[in-house]
Ligand binder design. Structure first.
Ligand code: GLN
Length: 486
C-alpha cells in the first residue's frame, strides 16, 4: 500500500513508531496529486511549499514527543474556509485574489495540532450547489467515474479523499454539502450539530444553517477530525458552550438497545432510485442483525423541506453576499461610470449564474410586501420541521435513510435544471433546518460501480450515537478498502 492510501489512524501509528516521517507521507500525497489531479480537478490552490514546511515542523514535533492526533497528517481544506496567507476564493471570481489576513477557528485548531494543509479544495461557488459544477473555475470529477459529478458543494474535499490526494479533509454543510458528496464519492462525512464547530472564518452562505464538517476514509478518522475541530468559540455568536466528548470513545462494538428510526416519507419519496433504496435497506438489515431495533417513524413536513430551505438559504445568502460590492473584497470593475455602476458591474461579473439566481430569490423573498408570504411563512414551517424531529426522536436514538435519491449524475445532466437539482436535496436539508447532526457512511456500490451512502441523523449534540452506528455498520459491512481506478 502506498503511503497516500493510509487512513489517519494508520498514518498516526506509523508516524509515532517513526516508521515513516510526515515528510515522506506528504510527498507521497503530492506524488498522487501530480498523478491524478489533472483528471479529478479537486483543488483550486495547491500549497506544496507551505505543506513541506509544515511536514518538517511536524517531524520535529514528533521527534520531540510533542504529538497530537493530527500532527503531520496531510489534509485538504474547502476553499470557503479562511486560511491566513493562502488564497481563499469560495470558487468565485469575485474573490479570485482574496488572501485572508487571518485563520478560521478550525484552521487555528488544525495548525495547533501540527496538521499539514496540502491545498484548498474546489466547491460550488459560495457553497451553492450539489455537484461542484457551479464552481466559478472548473468542475471536479468523481474519482469513481470521471464523467460524473462528485456531488457538492464540498465536491473537491470529498473527491480528494476518495482519490487519496489527502489523508482527510474539511468541508462545510449548509443543506447536505458534506453528506451528499461523501455519499457520491464513497467516503465518510459528518455534519455536526449546529453550534458544535465554530463558524469563525467560514465564509458565510446561510448563517443559520452553515456548519463545518470533516471527511475521512473511515469512521474512526472522522471521529479524530471531529475531536480536533469541535468546541466553543466566543467569536462565533452561535457557538455553543457544550462539553466536547472524545468522539473516538464511541468507536465501540454492539448495537444492542439502539433504536433506529426509519422515516417513512423518505423511503416513499418520489424519485428514490430502486438500487439506492435496496442498498440502504440491506444496510439497515445489517444494523438489525447486530442488535439494533428498527422503528418506523414519520416526518410529516418532509414535502415542504426543500421549499423552506430554498427560501431561507437564499434569503440569508442575499444578505451575507451584500458585502461583495467591489470595495471591500476581491474584484472591482475598473470601467465604472459611477459608484452604483461599479457595484453593478463588479457583482454582475464576479458572481456566477447560480449565485445571482439565489441573490435574486432571496432579495425578492425579503422585500416588503413579500416578506410575510415567503420568509415569514418559511420560518414558521421551519419550526414545524424542528417539531417533527423532536417527536420522532422520542421513539428512536438515530434515524437512518438514503443521503440522496440517486447516485452521482453525469456532468451536465442536472446543471441546466436547477429545480431538479434542488429537489434532490430532500433528505439532507432538514438536518440543517433543525440543527441536528447528520452523517454519511458508505453502504455499497450500484451495479455500475457508483458508491452509495447511508445517512444517519441524531439528536442535538449526540454525534456519538451517529459515530457508534456508523462504526458498527462499517465493521460489519467490511466494504472499506475498495479504491477507484485512476
Ligand atoms: N445543495 C444545497 C444547496 O445548493 C446545499 C449546499 C450546501 O450544503 N452548502 O444549497
Amino acid at each position: 500500500m502506498s503511503l497516500h492510501e493510509l487512513t489517519i489512524a494508520q498514518a498516526r501509528e506509523l508516524l509515532d513508531k517513526k516508521e515513516i516521517s510526515s515528510k515522506e507521507l506528504t510527498s507521497s500525497v503530492f506524488d498522487q496529486i501530480e498523478r491524478v489531479e489533472d483528471k479529478v480537478d479537486a483543488f483550486l490552490t495547491i500549497s506544496k511549499d507551505e505543506a513541506e514546511e509544515q511536514a518538517d515542523a511536524a517531524d520535529k514535533r514528533i521527534a520531540a514527543g510533542d504529538i497530537s492526533p493530527l500532527t503531520g497528517i496531510p489534509l485538504a481544506i474547502k476553499d470557503v474556509i479562511c486560511t491566513k496567507g493562502v488564497r481563499t476564493t469560495c470558487a468565485s471570481k469575485i474573490l479570485e485574489n482574496f488572501i485572508p489576513p487571518y485563520d478560521a477557528n478550525v484552521m487555528e485548531k488544525l495548525n495547533a495540532q501540527g496538521a499539514v494543509m496540502v491545498g484548498k479544495s474546489n466547491m460550488d461557488e459560495f457553497a451553492m450547489g450539489a455537484s461542484t459544477e457551479f464552481s466559478g473555475f472548473k468542475p471536479t470529477k468523481n474519482p469513481w467515474d470521471l464523467s460524473r459529478i462528485p456531488g457538492g458543494s464540498s465536491g473537491g474535499s470529498a473527491a480528494a479523499v476518495a482519490a487519496d490526494m489527502c489523508i482527510g479533509s474539511i468541508g462545510s454543510d449548509t443543506g447536505g454539502s458534506v453528506r451528499q458528496p461523501a455519499s457520491h464519492c464513497g467516503v465518510v462525512g459528518m455534519k455536526p450539530t449546529y453550534g458544535r464547530v465554530s463558524r469563525y472564518g467560514l465564509v458565510a452562505f446561510a448563517s443559520s444553517l452553515d456548519q463545518i464538517g470533516p471527511f475521512g476514509k473511515s469512521v474512526e478518522d472522522v471521529a479524530v477530525l471531529m475531536n480536533a475541530i469541535s468546541g466553543f468559540d466566543e467569536r462565533d455568536s452561535t457557538s455553543i458552550k457544550e462539553d466536547v466528548p472524545d468522539f473516538t470513545k464511541s468507536l465501540s462494538e454492539g448495537m444492542k438497545g439502539m433504536k433506529i428510526g426509519l422515516p417513512r416519507e423518505y423511503f416513499e419519496a418520489a424519485g428514490l432510485d430502486e438500487e439506492v433504496k435496496q442498498l440502504v435497506n440491506v444496510a439497515i438489515d445489517k444494523l438489525v442483525e447486530m442488535g439494533a431495533e428498527k422503528v418506523e417513524i414519520s416526518l410529516p413536513q418532509t414535502e415542504y423541506v426543500v421549499s423552506v430551505y430554498y427560501i431561507i438559504a437564499p434569503c440569508e445568502a442575499s444578505s451575507n453576499l451584500a458585502r461583495y460590492d467591489g470595495v471591500r473584497y476581491g474584484k472591482r470593475a475598473d470601467d465604472a461610470e459611477s459608484m452604483i455602476d461599479m457595484f453593478r458591474k463588479s457583482r454582475s461579473r464576479g458572481f456566477g449564474d447560480e449565485v445571482q439566481r439565489r441573490i435574486i430569490i432571496g432579495t425578492y423573498s425579503l422585500s416588503s410586501g413579500y416578506y410575510d408570504a415567503y420568509y415569514g411563512k418559511a420560518s414558521q414551517v421551519r419550526t414545524l420541521i424542528i417539531e417533527d424531529f423532536k417527536d420522532a426522536f422520542e421513539k428512536c436514538d438515530v434515524m437512518v435513510s438514503p443521503v440522496a435519491p440517486e447516485p452521482a449524475s453525469l456532468i451536465g445532466e442536472m446543471s441546466g435544471d436547477p429545480l431538479k437539482m434542488y429537489t434532490a436535496d430532500i433528505f439532507t436539508v432538514s438536518a440543517n433546518l433543525a440543527g441536528i447532526p447528520g452523517m454519511s457512511v458508505p453502504c455499497g456500490f450500484t451495479k455500475s460501480g457508483l458508491p452509495v451512502g447511508l445517512q444517519i441523523m441524531g439528536k442535538h449534540f449526540n454525534e456519538e450515537a451517529l459515530i457508534k452506528t456508523a462504526y458498527n455498520y462499517e465493521k460489519a459491512a467490511g466494504i472499506n478498502g475498495k479504491k477507484p481506478v485512476l
